[in-house]
Design a binder for this molecule. Structure first.
Ligand code: PGA
Length: 256
């Protein structure tokens, strides 16, 4: 495994947090702290904050992402936002398949795949989330679950398009719980997901794919997790809402 072949990306997932003035203030606090980052830095914010975020990051090394998108281009889908609407704004990234979407909003592998397709068609970069529940881990089917979710989401995605996909391995039991996967557990599953990518697209494509870890990554445990050979950055929830914590994680990713 050669980590040098891929770029680590630290992405904040703000979830349903921050008003527009709060978003502006947080991004302005983050900017000077991450300006020398040697990794990708992204903030994924609520739809209502996208314009504010895009304005605030102008001229900086920070990218902006949304937290989801719909698969249709337009139509009678009350409250939904299309990938094209995001792309037109200048949004660069979109999180798809987050476990909270799967769990609370009944998103399935099929709709995740459709959303991925729509995002790629609009030129967006996708942060695709996969991961097992505690019950699935206890039943020893972590790998099977991650393989199914990854393969289903990438159905119809070409090798060229894979370059626009970041995978985030997020064990559901570690999200927002303070229970982090150990660095070994994270590396093991990230490595396994890379073998799934290799099966689908070949060894070289797999070596070049950024695979993040997410789930209670914070300023304290980031260094150890990011040191792992198959962990190429992180998707950060809680800790991304505090500028010094988020910046510390970016710093840890920059040195590995
Ligand atoms: P957490 O969330 O860092 O708060 O556990 C991660 C995520 O849900 O992406």
């Amino acid at each position: 495994m050669n980590k040098a072949k891929r770029r680590a990306v630290i992405a904040g997932n703000w979830k349903m947090n921050k008003t527009r003035p709060e978003a502006k203030a947080l991004i302005e606090e983050i900017i000077p702290l991450v300006k020398d980052a040697d990794c990708g830095v992204v903030v994924c914010v609520p739809y209502t904050n996208l314009e504010t975020a895009l304005e605030a990051v102008k001229g900086t090394n920070i990218g902006v992402g949304a937290e989801n998108c719909h698969w249709e281009k337009s139509g009678a889908f009350t409250a939904e936002i299309s990938a094209g609407m995001l792309a037109e704004m200048g949004v660069e990234y979109v999180i798809i398949g987050h476990s909270e979407r799967r769990q609370y909003f009944a998103e399935s592998d099929v709709t995740v795949n459709r959303r991925v397709r729509a995002a790629l068609d609009e030129g967006l970069k996708v942060i695709l989330c996969v991961g097992e529940t505690l019950e699935q881990r206890e039943h020893g089917i972590t790998e099977r679950v991650c393989a199914i979710q990854t393969k289903a989401a990438l159905e119809g995605v070409t090798a060229k398009e894979l370059a626009s996909i970041i995978i985030a391995y997020e064990p559901v039991w570690a999200i927002g719980t303070g229970k982090t996967a150990t660095s070994e557990q994270a590396n093991e599953v990230n490595h396994y997901i890379r073998t799934v990518i290799a099966d689908l697209y070949g060894e070289e494509a797999a070596e070049g794919t950024t695979i993040q870890y997410g789930g209670s990554m914070n300023a304290k445990n980031a260094e150890e997790l990011l040191d792992q050979v198959d962990v190429d950055g992180g998707l950060i929830g809680g800790a991304s809402l505090k500028a010094p914590d988020f910046a510390a994680i970016v710093k840890a990713a920059s040195r590995t």
